[in-house]
Design a protein around this ligand. Structure first.
Ligand code: ATR
Length: 273
């Protein structure tokens, strides 16, 4: 069996949960390989990637701050990465370095597994935030059939820029009206870091939200954010953020190892501990 080397590239990167996830799967599926956290400063990105690939690495996950700059270092990008405008995974195909992005898949797959049968086409989705995570989530929602998305961000200009992904579907509203736009929503997604341990809370009043709407958070530390607790307390279904992290890793693993892995309770517990 060929020994397959891969890893996550970022700066800083020691906090990354990806090694736990991928090494769990290497062991679970009896594969031969290792997945490492590799710290690379932006100035050295090009040279380091080349030398790692030359030394036999099969590919990488790419995280902050390299997700956009890495695009210039790919020989090609697939349609998903082009649409999202960011790359989170590199793999080799016929000797070429291909960039893809698995975050949209990770988000949608998580929502669908947590709320089987969810139909996001019949009511608006409300997306809070317009950073890197929002780009992938908007793209995932559109790919999954969303007809209307209301996008709100503290800095409205950033939301306007993201709305260009599909201006027929995405409507930008001011951050200040976030409570009111919940009135007809079928899905609410927090894509900001607000509510994360050590960050400011997400100030939002869910009173207007229909009881059958789904509330999703990309923050997973804590797993039950104040947003999700408030949603659950009033009867809304909630989707925690850990699933997106786990599901986005699956197609990347498949690119390198040829096996589409699945998530089990042991893996979830390892990542949350
Ligand atoms: P990333 O690209 O990794 O997602 P980011 O660009 O820092 O991270 O985006 C974080 C998101 O959280 C942004 O939408 C940001 O809003 P701005 O574009 O106005 O900066 C949002 N955010 C961060 N702190 C916030 C706060 N105190 N109130 C409202 N939104 C906040």
């Amino acid at each position: 069996m060929t020994f397959i080397k891969c890893g996550v590239i970022g700066h800083p990167v020691s906090h990354s949960k990806s090694p736990i996830i991928h090494n769990h799967w290497i062991e679970k599926y009896g594969l031969s390989g290792k997945y490492e956290a590799i710290d690379i400063v932006p100035e050295e990105l090009r040279d380091k990637i080349k030398s790692l690939l030359d030394s036999g690495y099969a590919g990488f996950n790419v995280t902050i701050p390299h997700k956009e700059t890495i695009m210039a270092l790919c020989d090609d990008m697939d349609d998903t990465a082009k649409k999202i405008g960011a790359v989170n995974t590199l793999y080799l195909k016929n000797g070429k370095v291909i960039g893809t992005n698995t975050d949209a898949f990770g988000f949608i797959e998580n929502v669908k597994r947590c709320v089987p049968g969810i139909d996001i086409s019949h009511r608006p989705s409300v997306v809070l935030g317009a950073g890197g995570a929002a780009r992938a989530i908007l793209s995932g929602l559109i790919g999954a059939g969303a007809n209307k998305i209301i996008l709100l961000n503290r800095t409205r200009d950033k939301a306007e820029t993201l709305a260009h992904l599909n201006s027929d579907i995405i409507t930008v509203r001011d951050w200040e009206v976030r409570n009111g736009v919940l009135k007809d929503a079928g899905l609410v997604v927090n894509t900001t870091a607000l509510g994360m341990k050590g960050k400011d809370p997400l100030a939002i009043d869910l009173s207007a939200l229909p009881n059958d709407a789904v509330v999703s958070d990309i923050v997973y530390a804590p797993l039950m954010t104040d947003l999700l607790k408030a949603a659950e307390a009033r009867g809304n279904k909630v989707v925690t953020g850990i699933g997106m992290l786990l599901h986005q890793a699956r197609p990347a693993f498949e690119k390198w190892f040829g096996v589409l892995p699945d998530i089990d309770a042991i893996l979830e517990a390892k990542v949350l501990s």
